[in-house]
Design a protein around this ligand. Structure first.
Ligand SMILES: Nc1ncnc2c1ncn2[C@@H]1O[C@H](COP(=O)(O)OP(=O)(O)OP(=O)(O)O)[C@@H](O)[C@H]1O
Length: 593
């Protein structure tokens, strides 16, 4: 069997070290309870032998009292050690959960593209839950029962060397068989966990898309795929359970052999007058007691099959490295930031490392040779057909991905030379996709930054025309919003994202303008919000409305990842042959689509 001891030790060491005190207390309680389990049968053996020898009732009474006392103490200690074990386990797994979540949040977007949210939930919750049993039971069952096993064998040697030798050999044989069977069940449990992760991924994805699924009549298709996953899940589970059942039946068979050996040895020794009847009882009792640690170790090994699979998957997840470089320590200016894009090339395939640079055809580059310079405080209108690369350019500015070639500078600092935190503090993004969290209005706006005062939040909401809405809330800024757009209209939700960006006070703001139609009042409020925001900082507007483009100082039109046209808005407007002036003539951005 190949137990990855190193992996276990590293995991245990890393997460149990901060709880040294509790772990030590736990070990002491466990050791005393094990000692009592081995010693208390001696009292019974003594009781049998002394009563057969005709001892006084008082001696027998004291022996019985001692036995009851030891049994009570054993139970008490086992409760204490279980409590401490669970406590240690939960603290350790919570720390592990936190590490996994933190790690995942810091990964780049290509990681999320390859995994569903349900799959990640299964990693963070399902796998770590399995490890919680590992943290508590490894100590209670494997370690504790290992010590108990040795204690019982030593006690057997004290009774009679022949009983000691034969039952030690039996225990080694039993453990060898069970350990050799253990590893063959690992693969089925790994497959089982994989399919269950897929299942939760599927459920998560389709719950999020429920409205589209219903609106497009795709319910029966979804249900068919649901049943297909269930059909795959069952045989995988059966196979995994079957391998575990083989382990179980083997251990039952082994215990029967152990009892037969104990009876045979005891009968032989008694016939030879080598032991008393009390010792014969003890040999049989200890052999039965042997079953307990061997059985527990077997159960633990069964758990370890799942644990091994979980550790493997968690390690795999923790080893995923962000494709983004860590960034330097340059500071970005606190005022409006100029944007300089210098011969930038980007491909999603390269970002996900599914292709090599030299194999890419020009069509496979999402952005090709993009260069422009936007002075601080100016506004760039970004236009282009759907799929031409506008959103991708925004993602590069925020370093959701890194460009493979070329350089982007904010102020005079290359964005890779400042930390991701600084960059994302100084660049604001307003998209059509508004994400609200199950949290208070305040936390939704400040992103849990408690240094932003309430007066500033209120002023910002008033400025954006959301004052009446705020006053209508039952608990003011403490009102809880739900994650499903918080009971807000699309326009209100979008205004809230403007409020978020206002509070952040960025040096560059990127607006992915809503193309959906809003009612005229909300549209007017949003227009005003855009004006106010752009007065404070540099702006890039992924424009869908001509009115917004009129705000721009510069225009950049993308076509299939290349720059089709770039220049000063007024100059392009004055040139009747420019794409931009033709666009304005038609009065719509539709010709680009
Ligand atoms: N995460 C991704 N992985 C792989 N390819 C992507 C990804 N996101 C976008 N693309 C592809 O990159 C190209 C540019 O997409 P992008 O979203 O930047 O276009 P866009 O101009 O913003 O379009 P729209 O106006 O429809 O939002 C498209 O061909 C798109 O299919």
């Amino acid at each position: 069997m190949n137990v990855p001891i190193k992996q276990y030790a590293k995991l245990l060491g890393g997460y149990l070290k901060p709880q040294q005190g509790r772990v030590a207390l736990f070990a002491v309680a466990l050791l005393i309870s094990i000692g009592l389990q081995v010693l208390s049968p001696q009292i019974l053996g003594y009781f049998i032998d002394t009563s057969l020898a005709g001892a006084s009732g008082q001696v027998l009474f004291v022996a019985a009292l001692l036995f009851i006392g030891a049994a009570f103490l054993t139970q008490l200690l086992s409760v204490i050690s279980t409590y401490l074990g669970e406590n240690v386990a939960w603290t350790a797994t919570n720390a592990l959960r936190a590490d996994i979540v933190e790690h995942c949040i810091q990964l780049d977007l290509s990681f999320y593209k390859l995994r569903t949210s349900g799959e990640l939930l299964e990693r963070v919750d399902g796998d770590v839950n399995v490890l919680s049993r590992f943290f508590s039971q490894l100590a209670i069952h494997t370690l504790g029962n290992g010590i108990l096993l040795v204690g019982i064998l030593v006690a057997l040697f004290f009774e009679n060397w022949l009983a000691g030798v034969s039952l030690t050999l039996f225990s080694l044989f039993a453990l060898m068989i069970l350990l050799s069977l253990h590893s063959f069940a690992v693969a089925p449990w790994t497959t089982y966990l994989q399919v269950s992760a897929e299942f939760f991924g599927f459920i998560g994805e389709h719950l999020v898309g429920r409205e589209d699924i219903r609106a497009n009549g795709a319910v029966s298709y979804v249900m068919r795929r649901f049943h297909q996953i269930l059909q795959r899940w069952l045989p995988v589970y059966q196979k995994a359970r079957f391998t575990s059942t083989i382990l179980w039946s083997t251990s039952v068979g082994l215990f029967t052999i152990g009892n037969a050996i104990a009876l045979g040895v005891s009968a032989y020794l008694w016939n030879q007058n080598a032991i008393t009847i009390g010792s014969a009882y003890l040999i049989f009792h200890y052999t039965n007691l042997l079953n307990q640690p061997i059985e527990r170790i077997r159960e633990e090994l069964e758990e370890l099959q799942q644990v091994e699979a979980s550790i493997h998957r968690i390690r795999e997840l923790l080893q995923v490295q962000s494709h983004l470089s860590t960034g330097g320590d340059r500071i970005l200016s606190q005022s409006a930031l100029s944007v300089s894009c210098e011969q930038v090339w980007f491909s999603y395939q390269l970002a996900q490392q599914t292709a090599s640079n030299s194999y890419l055809t020009p069509q496979e580059w999402t952005l090709q040779d993009i260069s422009f310079y936007l002075p601080a405080g100016q506004v760039l209108g970004l236009l282009g057909r759907t799929g031409s690369g506008k959103t991708t350019l925004a993602r590069l500015l925020l370093r959701f991905y890194d460009a493979q070639l070329g350089c982007i500078r904010l102020g005079n600092v290359a964005i890779a030379q400042t930390s991701l935190t600084t960059l994302r503090q100084r660049v604001g993004l307003v998209t059509q996709d508004v994400q609200l969290f199950q949290a208070s209005v305040r936390d939704n706006l400040t992103f849990f930054d408690s240094t932003i005062p309430d007066t500033q939040i209120r002023q910002t909401l008033e400025l954006l025309g959301l004052g009446t809405w705020l006053r209508s809330l039952p608990e003011d800024l403490d009102t809880q919003l739900d994650s499903n757009s918080g009971g807000l209209s699309a326009g209100q939700a979008q205004l809230l994202t403007f409020a978020r960006v206002f509070l952040k006070n960025p040096g560059l703001v990127i607006l992915d303008e809503a193309s959906s139609r809003l009612d005229p009042v909300t549209e007017h409020l949003i227009e005003q919000a855009v004006d106010r925001l752009l007065n404070r900082c540099t702006g890039i507007i992924i424009a869908h409305r001509l009115q917004t483009v009129q705000r721009a100082d510069q225009i950049l039109i993308l076509d299939r990842g290349r720059i089709l046209e770039y220049g000063d808005r007024q100059s392009l407007l004055n040139n009747p042959h420019s794409h931009f002036s033709q666009l304005l003539k038609t009065g719509t951005t539709d010709f680009l689509v």
